[in-house]
Design a protein around this ligand. Sequence first.
Ligand code: GDP
Ligand code: MN
Length: 382
Amino acid sequence: MNIHEYQAKAVLKTFGVPVPHGVLANDVDAAVAACGELGGAVWVVKAQIHAGGRGKAGGVRICHSEAEVGEAARALLGHKLVTKQTGGGGKLVHKVYIEEGLNIAREFYLSLLVDRENECISFVVSPAGGMDIEGVAAETPEKIMTLAEQPTADVCRKMALFLGLEGAQVTDFTRLIESLHTAFQSKDASMIELNPLVLTAEEQLIALDAKFIVDDNALYRQAALLDLRDFSEEEPRETEAAEFGLNYIALDGNIGCMVNGAGLAMATMDMIQIKGAQAANFLDVGGGVTVDAVCEAFKLLFSDAHVKAVLVNIFGGIVRCDIIANGLLEAIKTHPMRVPVVMRLVGTNEKEGRKIVKDAGLDVRWADDLDQAASMAAQAAC
Ligand code: GDP
Ligand code: MN
């Protein structure tokens, strides 16, 4: 689960991570009022969306008067911001965060992430901060250092020197790493990224930007973080699917897929691609699926305007084919089959499943195997 920058900074602050003073604003008046609250003469208005790349897209605006802050807030609030990370549709800005402007001397990149290969929390640092780190990795990989080590004083010093820090800055950096490491562990983060971490003209190390991702599997014991969840930032279909225990991820193609098992779902997507088409989603209905959940899954597919054909690929084991068939019958009561449905239904209760669909007189196109099913779906969708 992702949280907003302002929330990430509030969480990190409680662990002693230095962050700029800031005020959240839901409307223009509140944004202007924030200037007085913060004091100073320079403010930064930052669009709060679950995506980076805001700076280059006009989502981070440096202002030198209250009037400018008002204008910036007006330009952002209620408008969609399209960044490199939002996709073409962009994201609607509901809130802006107003921060005191800082005198930035240098910008660094710093992140902590779960490193499965090395079974530890790894640190990634770069003196080329504030930019898109993938670009730095591609063009100047020597500017990135990754350390799969415990953050001992020596390790912190190594990172600090790589960043070109010196003297008291090294001590500050070590303290910062300790705070971040503690926050990472106690909040069950899977990633914390400060891009940039800045050194100000006054030689303060400050987290100017913060991204914080919490491990979904730990949310049950992170109630305070769960409260920070912003459903308006999430794909509504994914949220809906999750409520029914379905593993659903929206994609860009036009063939809606319903499959049991993550491996089979991926094989199905590959096969669709081989046939020259694209899946509209990944959907694993899982093992102990009920008629209600299958019904919900079909509704998700039928109500998706991008979907031009549906491919059902069920290899019945624990999932029974009659459950899938009954789920379909339930769904079409409210969501008519407005696109061709190709079914490959084999395994447990295969005969019963087919009979249920046929007896209902549904115009379903039957396939004997996945290869044929993918071809039929690709043809139907084009
Ligand atoms: P992102 O583009 O979504 O990652 O947003 P960031 O929070 O990283 O901001 C983008 C850039 O805006 C930073 O790299 C800075 O260069 C600049 N910026 C943000 N806050 C300030 C500030 O207080 N003062 C100055 N001078 N620049 C800022
Ligand atoms: Mn950033």
